[in-house]
Ligand binder design. Structure first.
Ligand code: ISE
Length: 344
């Protein structure tokens, strides 16, 4: 492909607008040719610097106008199925923000539709896989240079969350990232999930009981703990400490997150800005080469949906087993750089 890839961005909220800016200013080989957004004011604001982008209220209109070669879906998760199905039907490559869909039944509908095509067309936006520190940690784990990986201690802290954020979103909207990244790092699938409640954060609104500690067990016996906090006020932090038999490594350490000091990041938009840039660039490159995806696929999204269902059950207590069906051959091999699948 010699021409720029014509990307249609579906949704011009905060995430969609961020991707529009990214494609227009930092990604090479692509341009925003269409924006699908029913809210006219939002569409106008997001396309202010992209006057040649055509604006449509519905994806069907953009598809009928043949206005895009590929789509980037950045609408809320509940609207993903309604967007994914027509884009698949049109045979377009798709980068879909996480989650693939909010539950495993709808994710299965998407998988069935995708398997009518010749190969996977959907990449799911688990951007942490493109964060240079995460990628390096994965390489260290795979190389064995620090010995055997024994445990992972993860912390995932949000300064605050919007009013629409409810208890189940601790799992479905936030820990969803760890459900993807942990098996990818460790090279072993999830077996079970348990949730423990710590002392309640007085800064949390009435409707939220947090922080929570999520304990995962992987198939290979490893225990992983995730502190999930969403009202820490002092900043946005995502850290991982990996304990090996010969060393311990820590990634994501905030530079200045001490009481009274300004934290390094306030939100995921800046903490993972580089990861998003790399993710979108690699997706664009893959589409232009004809590979269509270069990252987590829809099967990975389906497995994460199953893990979230176990996680939501675990909010009410007990150790909850995670379902782990075998992938159809359509989805093998997967993953970033064509390396071995961490979930296979
Ligand atoms: C948000 O939707 C994200 O995806 C962020 O990465 C996560 O840190 C946050 O908790 C979610 O609400």
């Amino acid at each position: 492909m010699t021409e720029d890839l014509r990307v249609g961005v579906i949704g011009a909220g905060a995430m969609g607008a961020d991707h529009i800016r990214r494609i227009e200013t930092r990604v090479t080989g692509a341009r925003v040719s269409a924006v699908v957004e029913p809210n006219a004011a939002r569409a106008a604001a997001a396309t202010r610097h992209v006057p040649r982008a055509l604006v449509y209220a519905r994806i069907e209109e953009a598809l009928a106008a043949d206005a895009m070669d590929a789509v980037l879906i950045a609408v809320p998760g509940l609207l993903h199925v309604a967007t994914l199905l027509p884009a698949l039907e049109a045979g377009l490559p798709i980068l879909c923000e996480k989650p693939l869909t909010p539950d495993s039944a709808t994710s299965m509908r998407v998988l069935e539709a995708e398997q009518r095509l010749d190969r996977p067309h959907i990449q799911v936006g688990f951007m942490r896989r493109f964060d240079p520190e995460y990628a390096q940690l994965r390489d260290t784990i795979a190389s064995g240079e620090a010995g055997e990986l024994l445990m992972l201690h993860c912390a995932h802290r949000n300064a605050s969350v919007p009013e629409t954020y409810v208890q189940e979103m601790l799992i479905n909207d936030s820990v969803v990232h760890e459900f993807d990244i942990v098996p990818w790092l460790a090279g072993s699938p999830l077996k079970s999930v348990e949730v423990r409640y710590s002392r309640r954060n007085p800064a949390a609104p009435e409707r939220l009981r947090e922080p929570i500690l999520v304990l995962m067990e992987l198939e290979d016996g490893m225990i992983v703990d995730v502190e999930m906090s969403v009202n820490v006020q002092f900043g946005y932090q995502v850290t991982t400490e990996a304990v090996f038999s010969r060393a311990a490594l820590r990634i994501g350490d905030p530079l200045a997150a001490r009481p009274g000091k300004r934290a390094e990041h306030e939100s995921f938009e800046t903490r993972f800005a580089e990861a998003y840039d790399i993710e979108v660039q690699r997706w664009v490159d893959a589409v232009r080469r004809g590979d269509l995806i270069d990252g987590p696929n829809a099967w990975d999204g389906y497995l994460v949906a199953l893990a979230c269902e176990a996680g939501v059950r675990a909010l009410s207590g007990g150790v909850q087993l995670v379902a782990r069906p075998e992938p159809p051959s359509f989805y093998v091999p997967t993953h970033v750089s064509g390396r071995r699948s961490a979930l296979a």
